[in-house]
Write a protein that binds this ligand. Structure first.
Ligand code: ADP
Ligand code: MG
Length: 250
C-alpha cells in the first residue's frame, strides 16, 4: 500500500465535496476512481497532491502522515500529477515545454540561473536529457522539435504524461487522461499506463470511460456525492447494486 486516506473530508461552504473517504492505493497497480460528474473525484486528487488542504481526515504516504504538507513537498516525495486540462506553451517546442516544466518543478537556485553558473548549466543538461528520455518513453520523439501548438490533442495528452514522468515519480495521478480523444487513441494511452506500471510506477487515474476502466484497472473506487459507494475489482464494481443505481438512477 502506497497511499492511504482515513475519513478524508473536504467541504466548500455547506457542500461536502469529499465525505469521510477511506481509500488505499496499491503499489505497482492501476488504481482508478470513477463516479458521476461532481462526485468529488478531482477534489480528492487535489487533496492527495496537497493542492487543497482537507477539512478533516488524514493522508498517509508509505505510512508517513502527509496531511498537512504543501504541494511542493508532496511532489518531492515522488508524487506527480496531471490536470484535467494541460496548458502548454504553444509557441515553444514540445521538448522545451518538457524541459521548462521539469525545471519549474525542480528546485533551482535563482542566482545560479541568472549567473548561468556551471552548476546551472549542468542541471540544464540533465533536464534536457531527462526530457528526451521521457518523450521517448511516451512515444513523442518524432514531434520533439515541433511547436506544442501544432501537435494533435492525443499528443498533447502524452506531453502531460511526459511532464509528470520527468520528476521520476513513484506514483502518478492522472485526471481524465483520455478525455476528448477517440477510442483508438484511448487504447494507446491505456497501453502507456500499463507500460508505466511495468516500470514500477504506480498509477491512479480518474476516468469516465467505463469500458476502458473495466479492462485496465486493477482496483476501482466509486465516488458519488463525495462518498465512497463501492470499491473493488472491475467485476465486483459492475455487479454492485449501489453503483448501478448511481449510474442509471440519476
Ligand atoms: P468531479 O471531479 O468528480 O467531477 P469535483 O471534485 O470537481 O467533481 O467537484 C465536486 C463538488 O465540489 C462539485 O459540486 C463542485 O462544484 C465542488 N467544488 C469543487 N471544487 C470547488 C471549489 N474550489 N470551490 C467550491 N466548490 C468546489
Ligand atoms: Mg473532475
Amino acid at each position: 500500500m502506497l497511499i492511504e486516506t482515513k475519513k478524508l473530508t473536504k467541504t466548500f461552504g455547506g457542500l461536502v465535496a469529499v465525505n469521510e473517504v477511506d481509500f488505499t492505493i496499491e503499489k505497482g497497480k492501476i488504481n482508478a476512481i470513477i463516479g458521476p460528474n461532481g462526485a468529488g473525484k478531482s477534489t480528492f486528487f487535489n487533496l492527495l497532491s496537497g493542492s487543497y488542504s482537507p477539512t478533516s481526515g488524514r493522508i498517509f504516504y508509505k505510512g508517513k502522515d502527509i496531511t498537512k504538507l504543501p504541494p511542493n513537498k508532496i511532489a518531492r516525495l515522488g508524487v506527480a500529477r496531471t490536470f484535467q486540462t494541460t496548458n502548454l506553451f504553444e509557441q515553444s517546442t514540445v521538448l522545451d515545454n518538457v524541459i521548462v516544466g521539469h525545471r519549474l518543478r525542480t528546485e533551482s537556485n535563482l542566482l545560479d540561473a541568472v549567473l548561468r553558473t556551471k552548476r546551472f548549466k549542468r542541471e540544464e543538461e540533465k533536464c534536457r536529457d531527462k526530457a528526451m528520455e521521457v518523450l521517448d518513453f511516451v512515444g513523442l520523439t518524432h514531434v520533439r522539435d515541433q511547436l506544442a501548438g501544432s501537435i494533435t490533442q492525443e499528443e498533447k495528452k502524452r506531453v502531460a504524461f511526459a511532464l509528470a514522468l520527468a520528476t521520476d515519480p513513484e506514483i502518478v495521478f492522472l485526471d481524465e487522461p483520455t478525455a476528448g480523444i477517440n477510442p483508438g487513441e484511448t487504447e494507446g494511452l491505456a497501453d502507456l499506463m500499463e507500460k508505466m506500471v511495468e516500470q514500477q510506477i504506480t498509477v491512479c487515474l480518474i476516468e469516465h470511460k467505463m469500458k476502458m476502466i473495466m479492462a485496465l484497472a486493477d482496483k476501482i473506487m466509486v465516488l458519488n456525492y463525495g462518498e465512497k459507494i463501492a470499491e473493488g475489482t472491475a467485476e465486483e464494481i459492475m455487479n454492485n447494486q449501489a453503483v448501478i443505481e448511481a449510474y442509471l438512477g440519476g
